[in-house]
Design a protein around this ligand. Structure first.
Ligand SMILES: NC(=O)c1ccc[n+]([C@@H]2O[C@H](COP(=O)([O-])OP(=O)(O)OC[C@H]3O[C@@H](n4cnc5c(N)ncnc54)[C@H](O)[C@@H]3O)[C@@H](O)[C@H]2O)c1
Length: 547
């Protein structure tokens, strides 16, 4: 087994790593030294001459050279990483999966003190107030370090640190790999592979739960819920499953009433958490139940579809449908935790995975160039559920990039009140997306498929009003083509689509705000002429554009 030491600069990774390797008579590898050897230069020179991006490329290559993880239980190698190595999701996948990641933690003040005495030049800290610089790095990186299997106070006396690592490596290993662990304004956000049961149990313990009340539906229960329930029972939890109907049928007030009565019969109290296991429909309904039962009980979201993992479980929107429209009754209710296990996505039907990529393209267009490139290179393989994209960490990176971007946007604007730049950004592709989804009676198109049509329309509108460069619009179109999203003209009448858009406009107090792609992000415009909108909508339809 490889032991991988991670942590901020000055936390003692190299010193502890060297001693640990000596103690076990195994090789020690210092990634920074490896990078310097590959590049034939010191790290500050690489930064100065080639920039941080080039350094990160060397770093990725050095991590790649670690090879396959060694499954033995004895320590076979010790690896010390550079402080920033874990920022890249794919590096974290390589460093944490199948290896034992140990976070050497320490207070920024102490680390800064150590750095002042260190002969090594740290490019991201040099020239700045060291305490402020280390604090800043700590805030930005804590969620990456916190996902390591073990956390140890690295600035304690070295024998103590070695003893603690020693104790950790003798603990039984599991197949779980945590990749991200963050305390956010929207609750705790945990992402990993095979982490669901352990992380639900840990969250229940934190919440002082007496039992596990699970709300799920037959599809998600068969694919994921039953296994998780068994795992919780094995860990000593008494499990109470409450089943809602599968799919959009869960989002009805009568279903909420029945389920609330079941919770009442189970004598669920205000401090009893609910674990919601399922996709977006289940999460919306269970979330609304949690928001309203006893005026609100704690909620743990365990999203099992790609839509739910990158979108619906994040942000606190819950709700049910009425015959008059979707999501008309609901509440904001932030979960205590969102536990995202990418291994649960393997059983999802291809159409659901592919449709969810419509939302992922939206997040990429909002300004994540790496996500854009990932979708261009591997989006179709992800949609098809190829084993290789799960094994290489591509799916995990997609879920992290798209989901975390939503965490950041919503954290700045929880109740959708920011005039610009807040939650409204998430509406990219949604105005006309909603309109075509509604025109199909919510039966023809999955939500993400409709968003893909909306994205094409946003590009057309953006080009017409001079916001979207033609090259950008073409690149977005080519990506949607490659993902086989929104490629067929829709069989609806233009008037029907525009009527649904007008209904949306009413909700927006008569003023539709269009989120339109720019070269590297988006711009919001509320002055788009109606004929431009009609032409863009017509461009999606078999009947064609208006004259
Ligand atoms: N609250 C929000 O912010 C938000 C955002 C986007 C979408 N939504 C809502 O999400 C819903 C759509 O989401 P969805 O597509 O996930 O809905 P869903 O919950 O109906 O799941 C889709 C299907 O997948 C099945 N399934 C679930 N997990 C599975 C697994 N691991 N393997 C195999 N099958 C599995 C389900 O049984 C269901 O049949 C809509 O109701 C939409 O309004 C909400």
């Amino acid at each position: 087994m490889d032991v991988v030491l991670v942590g901020l600069p000055g936390s003692g990774k190299s010193a502890v790593g060297r001693r640990l390797a000596q103690r076990h008579h195994v090789p020690f590898m210092d990634l920074d030294e490896r990078i310097e050897a590959r590049a034939g230069r010191r790290i500050p020179e690489i930064f100065e001459e080639e920039g941080e991006a080039a350094f990160r490329a060397h770093e990725r290559a050095a991590i790649g050279e670690l090879g396959e993880a060694d499954a033995s239980t004895a320590v076979s190698r010790v690896v010390a990483t550079g402080g920033g190595a874990v920022v890249d999701p794919r590096n974290r996948w390589a460093l944490y999966r199948g290896r034992m990641a140990v976070w050497l933690d320490g207070r920024p003040e102490v680390l800064a003190q150590r750095l002042r005495r260190s002969p090594n030049v740290r490019p991201l800290i040099v020239g700045r107030d060291p305490v402020a610089a280390v604090r800043d790095l700590a805030a930005r990186r804590e969620r990456f370090y916190a996902a390591a299997a073990v956390r140890i106070n690295g600035v304690a006396e070295v024998h103590g640190v070695l003893g603690a690592v020693q104790l950790a490596v003798t603990q039984p290993r599991t197949s779980a790999t945590k990749l991200l662990d963050a305390e956010t304004k929207l609750g705790r956000y945990v992402l990993g592979e095979h982490v669901a049961t352990d992380e639900i149990a840990a969250t229940l313990r934190r919440l002082d739960a007496r039992r596990a009340v699970i709300v799920s539906e037959p599809g998600a229960w068969a694919a994921a819920g039953a296994g998780i329930a068994d795992g919780l029972a094995t860990r000593g939890w008494s499990v109470e499953p409450v089943m809602l109907p599968q799919g959009e049928d869960a989002k009805r007030l009568s279903v909420i009433e029945d389920a609330a009565r079941e919770l009442a019969r189970l004598r669920v109290e205000r401090r009893d958490p609910m674990v919601a296991i399922g996709g977006g429909a289940l999460g919306d309904a269970a979330g609304f139940l949690a928001a309203t039962f006893l005026r609100g009980i704690p909620l743990i979201h365990v999203p099992t579809t790609l839509v739910a993992q990158v979108d619906s479980s994040i942000g606190g929107k819950t709700g049910v449908d009425l015959p008059e429209g979707k999501n008309l009754v609901g509440a904001f209710h932030q979960p205590a935790a969102v536990v995202i296990d990418v291994a649960l996505l393997a059983t999802l039907p291809e159409r659901d995975r592919r449709a969810a990529l419509g939302e992922a393209v939206k997040m990429a267009v909002l300004g994540d160039e790496r996500l854009f490139a990932l979708l261009e290179a591997d989006g179709d393989a992800i949609a098809r559920g190829e084993t290789s994209v799960f094994e290489r960490g591509t799916v995990a990176e997609l879920v992290e990039r798209a989901g975390w971007a939503k965490v950041e946007i919503v954290s700045g604007d929880e109740r959708e009140q920011a005039p610009d730049g807040g939650r409204i950004l998430l509406n990219l592709g949604h105005s006309l997306g909603h309109a075509v989804e509604a025109a199909g009676g919510y039966r023809d198109l999955l939500h993400g498929e409709a968003v893909a049509y909306g994205l094409r329309a946003a590009c057309a509108i953006g080009e017409a009003v001079g916001v979207t460069p033609v090259g950008r619009s073409r690149r977005i179109g080519a990506l949607l083509d490659a993902l086989a999203l929104a490629t067929e003209p829709l069989p609806y009448a233009l008037d029907t689509v525009l009527d649904h858009l007008a209904a949306d406009k009413k909700h927006a107090a008569g003023r539709l705000r269009w989120v339109l792609p720019t070269e590297s992000g988006v711009e919001i415009r509320d002055d788009v002429p109606e004929d431009v909108v009609a032409r863009a909508a017509g461009g999606l339809l078999a009947a064609g554009s208006p004259a």
